[in-house]
Design a protein around this ligand. Structure first.
Ligand code: SF4
Length: 351
């Protein structure tokens, strides 16, 4: 049996029932594919339905405030996805809501790379374009016995060619769904279920006992360590200061408390370090030890500090410049990184 036929047969017996597989709406498919980037299916399910409830059409999404979109995305990570999604929704909405209809045009949307463009083009428009994601790399490297690193230029080119060669051009959507589902459920990274595999007879890795060695991946770039100190500055009315992260960095356009980034963890901070001319003696550390938060290429070590003012912020007009003054309850309306959201919950609401 041909590779693609075997995969598609397997798929129709074993596939998971996922909401974005029951539609050919480009908007729904695009939304699900952006959410699924680097994120597990189980996590995406809730966010997908919440987003579609809130923004049933691309025009609804386009008209929303970016802050609101980021708030809804909170917890899903990789927030540039939400910003790009929103920016692209505006472009499409301005075009009467008509989506780009093919792979090349889709790639011009912000946040849509090779994989996502091929997925939308095949699922929504039936274009014969092969998807290549982590699951596809794994299936192809094992089935064909390719040991070129999947994250090398040469490797990426070869896998793309092989994926296109093996694609059933008469059923691109089924083929693409099938190979990814097959990689996710059967040809898993660890303990693939080879005994149940319809490709076993022709699988090079299985025949040559090389399954655990494939796919090959070049070592990751070094993880950068960062040390963040956040200040909970509370005025006499228990209000706080927050600011928007506008610089090109992690968490762009999300909110945070006044920040001081240091070279190492420190037991001693000054108000100066936060750019505030206030007495330092009452500054206290709230965290016993730094909270570690892992991003793909960065390890963050975060401490929270606190300082209470005896007067209201209105008495310090220069101090609050550039910040937003909020009550504890209002804090919940702002999109903040998960590590800050967790802190807010424990510190302000679980007493
Ligand atoms: S035989 Fe095993 S390694 Fe080969 S494709 Fe099937 S599940 Fe993957």
């Amino acid at each position: 049996m041909h590779f693609s036929e075997a995969l598609i047969n397997w798929y129709f017996t074993h596939k998971r029932d996922l909401p974005w597989r029951q539609t050919n709406s480009a908007y729904h498919i695009w939304l699900s594919e952006i959410m699924l980037q680097q994120t597990q299916v189980i996590k995406v399910l809730d966010y997908y339905s919440i987003f579609l409830d809130k923004y049933p059409s691309i025009h609804d999404l386009a008209q929303a405030d970016e802050d609101e979109v980021l708030k809804l995305w909170q917890g899903l990570g990789y927030y540039s996805r939400a910003r790009n999604l929103h920016a692209s929704a505006k472009v499409i909405s301005d075009n009467q809501g008509v989506f780009p209809q093919n792979y090349e045009a889709l790639k011009k949307l912000k946040g849509v790379g090779d994989y996502t463009a091929a997925a939308i083009a095949s699922f929504a428009f039936g274009e014969a374009k092969a998807v290549v994601d982590g699951n596809v790399y794994r299936v192809l490297s094992r089935f064909l016995g390719i040991d070129l690193p999947i994250n090398s230029t040469e490797g990426a080119k070869l896998f793309k060619e092989k994926a296109e060669e093996l694609l059933d051009k008469s059923r691109p959507a089924d083929h693409n769904q099938a190979i990814m589902e097959f990689g996710a459920l059967l040809c898993r990274p660890k303990n693939p279920d080879c005994t149940q595999c319809p490709l076993q007879k022709d699988c090079v890795a299985f025949q040559q006992n090389k399954i655990s060695q494939l796919p090959v991946k070049l070592k990751k770039v070094k993880v950068r360590k960062r040390y963040l100190n956040y200040l909970i500055l509370e005025d006499a009315s228990e209000r706080l200061l927050i600011q928007k992260r506008t610089q090109k960095d992690i968490w762009q356009n999300m909110f945070e408390f006044p920040l001081s980034e240091t070279q190492n963890n420190t037991n001693e901070m000054t108000t100066d370090a936060f750019g505030l001319s206030l007495p330092t003696q009452n500054l206290t550390r709230l965290t016993e030890k730094p909270i570690k938060h892992q991003l793909t290429h960065q390890s963050l070590y975060t401490d929270f500090w606190k300082l209470n003012l005896t007067q209201n912020f209105e008495s310090y007009p220069e101090l609050v410049e550039g910040y937003t003054v909020v009550t504890q309850n209002e804090l919940l309306n702002y999109a903040v990184p998960v590590l800050i959201a967790n802190f807010i919950q424990t510190h302000f609401f679980k007493r």
